[in-house]
Design a protein around this ligand. Structure first.
Ligand code: WTA
Length: 685
């Protein structure tokens, strides 16, 4: 079934930007043969304070020829916030809704027009200036999915400051590491947030992170807090006269009432207090096209996260163009991306891409299962969503509740369904296509990375014939190549390393403070190419299928993690002498963690130790990284030179005895013990 081709719906209304593969091929050809002209034409829609005049794109992708460098529109100046807000307001869209905000609780909602968003952004930009933030300074953002988060990001962009959004599911240690690496001057957060029925006290996490950062030599000067919790009182059920009546019933809710926000007089201030006094006009700071716009941390295979740097001009045109074509956005549409703003999807396809197109979006704070399993579909119906973009892990989780919760709602407005973050299995694809999309929507399985800034492989709605699980073909300006282990190009059908031959405008420019690591990670293995770290297969029809990571990275519910990062956290426990972590398939999360633990001499491997280790990973990285399986490994399979052989551990994790050649192991006899210690009964036999 997976190889069946699903033709786009010919009755799609309004008619798609690109109606056939012929049109796509023509446009793609131009983007490859004359990339400068192609992007120059697109850039004309935007405001450039100093127009691009010099070389439109210059780059070196070959480490053997000198330092890696990528520059688009060097010499031009602009302001991305001006392009997203002022430009659209000037075009007469001031009263258009930029965001419908839907809270964790259905009773909590609001909306913001382009004009009002611009005023809020200008005010907050002035608040930041008041705190001493100037061009090039770094501002960390650790926030729930609320309108203030978008305001904070755009306020940074307005004054040329660089934002570093940290997903508010990361632990205080992870936040501290990112505050230090970015040298964040200001941290913007909220008192707390409800995630489903769970209260997260964000300020406490921030305090712990700022304390740790200070101890390690970097002091955050100001912390600005959005007062978010009281507004969420709607979450608590009320009796007739509106009095909250269940505070006593749940300890979690009690906590919210008793919550005293920890405070540091010298450093902390409330968002509203600062905004009250701030002027609502703020002239944008014109920055160079190659000035950094934001940092976003992503896992690295050495364990230390990499601060991916994106710049202004190229990112603007790439975010805008991919948004327009990949979601086939037309004026009047309502678009919804469920990704958290703490990830790249939330940057490019919640904030920058939609606003650059003057789009109306839904910004959703909550979870798909709260207060019921039809929450996503309820929102689609409520706002008449036309484009819906989510992750396979959410689709798989929702599928488990059957078609019922979907069928309860009217989803006729949907035209485009997007998938991102991990490979989508055929079963989930078909459910998405048939049940959610009623067999009439285009599914866009978008392959891309934090590093690529925007989609690089993707079908186009109404245009590309789809195959379930294939990310199909490259976006404009993108030249994918498959290489074998030796770096030889694979032509026609085949499987290999997915690399890219030349830069598109939205690709990352460097790693914060470590250009050498940038070159080593992405350009060393195959000189002349950007190496994605993923593998891919090309079928007989030229379709590309992502086969998964080729390095020690794994994807848990669409969150990219490195095994080294988790091993580092586990090894910090005093009872652990050595830890090895591998990925294994998981029916909902896509992949999950299986950890092998060697204990120190005299230490018993116990259920308590397993609990402690799980806690350790939650503390060091964040709850989403908590391992599914932790088992005792009296000894680990190693080569004679002491390298852990993960290939074998992956097989053990699956209780699969087809181990292949084990003669390279220093000691083959340890393997039986690993199988004997396997946890759980749900294993393949
Ligand atoms: C994986 C998320 C298969 C891939 C935008 C990549 C995918 C990593 C897809 C980047 C897809 C993303 N099909 N795999 N459509 N999209 N991936 O940086 O392994 O959080 O390298 O960016 O997710 O994850 P990141």
């Amino acid at each position: 079934m997976a190889n069946q081709v699903y033709k786009p719906n010919p009755a799609m209304k309004p008619s798609p930007h690109l109606g056939s593969m012929k049109e796509y091929e023509k446009m793609y050809k131009r983007s490859i043969e004359s990339p400068e002209e192609f992007w120059q034409d697109i850039a004309k829609q935007f405001h450039w304070e100093t127009p691009p005049t010099g070389k439109f794109c210059s780059y070196n992708f070959d480490v053997t020829k000198g330092p890696i460098s990528i520059k688009w529109m060097e010499g031009a100046t602009t302001n991305i916030c001006y392009n997203l807000l002022d430009r659209n307001v000037r075009k007469g869209m001031g009263d258009k809704i930029a965001f419908y905000w839907a809270g964790n609780d259905p009773e909590d909602y609001s909306r913001l027009t382009y004009k009002k968003l611009l005023i809020q952004v200008c005010k907050f930009a002035n608040v930041l200036k008041e705190k001493g933030v100037t061009k090039g300074d770094r501002v960390a953002i650790y926030m729930p999915m609320i309108l203030e988060t978008v305001v904070a990001m755009l306020a940074c962009a307005r004054i040329g400051a660089v934002h570093s959004v940290v997903f508010a599911g990361f632990s205080s240690d992870s936040l501290a590491e990112r505050l230090i690496d970015a040298k964040a001057k200001v941290l913007v957060t909220a008192d707390g947030v409800w995630r489903g029925e769970k209260l997260l006290c964000l300020k406490e996490i921030c305090d712990a992170a700022m304390d740790r950062s200070k101890k390690l030599g970097h002091e955050v000067e100001s912390c600005i807090l959005v007062k978010h919790l009281p507004r969420l009182s709607a979450f608590q059920s009320r009796d007739g006269d509106g009095k909250v009546n269940d505070a006593e019933k749940s300890p979690e809710k009690r906590k919210a009432y008793d919550y005293q926000v920890p405070w540091n007089e010298d450093r902390d201030c409330w968002w509203d207090d600062e905004m009250d006094d701030a002027s609502s006009s703020c002239y944008p700071v014109w920055v160079s096209a190659e000035d950094p716009l934001f940092l976003l941390y992503t896992s690295g295979s050495t364990g230390k996260p990499k601060g991916v740097v994106h710049t202004t001009g190229g990112y603007l045109i790439y975010a805008a163009t991919t948004f327009k074509y990949v979601f086939d956005y037309h004026p009047g549409d309502v678009y919804w991306c469920t990704a958290d703003v703490g990830w790249i999807t939330g940057h490019t396809y919640v904030v920058y891409g939609p606003l650059a197109n003057g789009a109306t979006s839904v910004l959703f704070e909550g979870l798909p299962f709260h207060p019921h399993n039809g929450r996503y579909w309820e929102i689609v119906e409520q706002y008449n969503v036309n484009q819906f973009y989510t992750a396979p892990t959410a689709i798989r989780a929702l599928m488990k509740f059957g078609d019922g919760p979907v069928k309860k709602y009217k989803l006729d407005s949907l035209r485009v369904l997007g998938s991102v973050g991990e490979p989508i299995n055929a079963e989930a694809w078909l459910w998405y296509y048939n049940v959610v999309g009623g067999g009439k929507c285009s599914i866009v399985d978008t392959f891309w990375q934090t590093e690529t800034g925007g989609h690089v492989l993707t079908p186009l709605p109404g245009c590309t014939p789809m195959k379930p699980g294939s990310a199909t073909f490259p976006f404009f300006g993108v030249l994918p190549v498959l290489l074998d282990e030796k770096g030889k190009e694979i032509e026609g059908p085949g499987e290999g390393y997915l690399v890219f031959r030349r830069p598109w405008p939205g690709i990352m420019r460097t790693i914060n403070g470590n250009h050498q690591r940038f070159e080593a990670t992405y350009f060393q293995k195959f000189p002349g190419f950007y190496t994605s770290g993923d593998g891919a297969r090309r079928d007989e029809d030229g379709y590309l299928w992502i086969t998964g990571r080729m390095d020690d990275m794994l994807n848990v519910s669409g969150h990219l993690l490195s095994t080294a990062e988790v091993e580092g956290a586990l090894s910090e426990h005093p009872s652990v002498s050595e830890a090895a972590v591998v990925a294994r398939p998981h029916p909902v999360k896509g992949e999950c963690l299986h950890c092998f633990i060697s204990t120190k001499d005299g230490v018993q491997f116990s259920p308590k130790l397993v609990d402690d280790l799980r806690k350790k990973v939650r503390e060091k990285i964040g709850p989403f990284a908590a391992p599914e399986y932790i088992q005792h490994a009296p000894a680990l399979p190693k080569t004679r030179s002491g390298k852990i052989v993960r290939r074998i551990l992956k097989k053990v994790a699956l209780n699969d005895r087809s181990l292949g050649d084990i003669s390279t192991l220093a000691d083959e006899s340890i393997i039986e013990n690993l199988f004997a210690n396997l946890p759980g009964k749900d294993l393949k036999t």
